[in-house]
Design a protein around this ligand. Structure first.
Ligand code: ADP
Ligand code: MG
Length: 203
């Protein structure tokens, strides 16, 4: 159990760090096709999670993830707060206290479905889902290799550039959203990359 708490601590710290390091970049991406607050929103949310890290990380996986999700809903704001919050809360709801890799893959798909139900977006709408869905598909295909997952997430975020936004604020731009990376896709890829790096160390 102590080992798990250390892993939760390491995962959280890695996500907080990568979001802080890329906050300006996320904001610039959102300046191009949104309102320029995605970096600020994510940084505020994950700093609030970090402030609660000592309390959160000693909880078992389901409660830990639900706690992270609830803080994100309250603190991130914008469209992405409730959506990332839903992602983490659903992971918490779906995972057993001692999850296996199979449990994780299933819970990740359920969490994506919850995000889709909340945001009414599909693959190809130029949102965070355009990273989350391809990563889920790769996992479901049985490729759990961590570098490959990270590479998939980053390639998928790049692949949002030519898409026209159908959901979210960027959709107001219509064709002018084409040619820019979706900020939420980028933050999703950064978080998945950070998680993969930590898991590589313990694997
Ligand atoms: P806001 O758009 O309210 O300013 P943020 O800037 O924090 O919120 O987040 C924008 C990101 O949220 C987008 O780049 C996109 O990835 C994601 N997003 C917006 N709407 C949706 C939706 N309906 N479904 C999934 N993701 C969405
Ligand atoms: Mg924004």
């Amino acid at each position: 159990m102590k080992q798990d708490a250390e892993l939760r601590q390491a995962l959280l710290a890695a996500i907080v760090k990568v979001i802080e390091e890329h906050a300006d970049e996320l904001t610039s991406l959102d300046q191009a096709i949104g309102d320029g607050d995605h970096g600020i929103n994510m940084k505020r949310g994950f700093e609030a999670v970090a402030a609660d890290a000592a309390t959160l990380t000693v909880k078992p996986w389901p409660d830990f993830l639900k706690g992270v999700g609830m803080t994100l809903v309250m603190k991130v704001g914008g469209a992405s707060g409730p959506l990332f919050g839903t992602l983490f809360m659903t992971l918490g709801k779906e995972l057993p206290p001692e999850p296996t890799a199979v449990d994780l893959v299933k819970a990740f798909r359920a969490a994506i479905a919850a995000v889709q139900s909340r945001g009414k977006a599909e693959a190809g709408h130029k949102t965070m889902l355009d990273v989350l869905i391809p990563v889920a598909e790769q996992l479901e295909g049985g490729n759990l290799e961590l570098d490959a997952l990270s590479a998939k997430a980053h390639a998928a975020s790049e692949a949002t550039k030519p898409l026209k936004a159908i959901r979210g604020r960027a959709s107001f731009l219509g064709d002018r959203s084409i040619g820019h990376m979706d900020p939420g896709a980028r933050s999703s890829a950064l978080m998945i990359g950070a998680v993969a790096n930590v898991l590589k160390e313990v694997a």
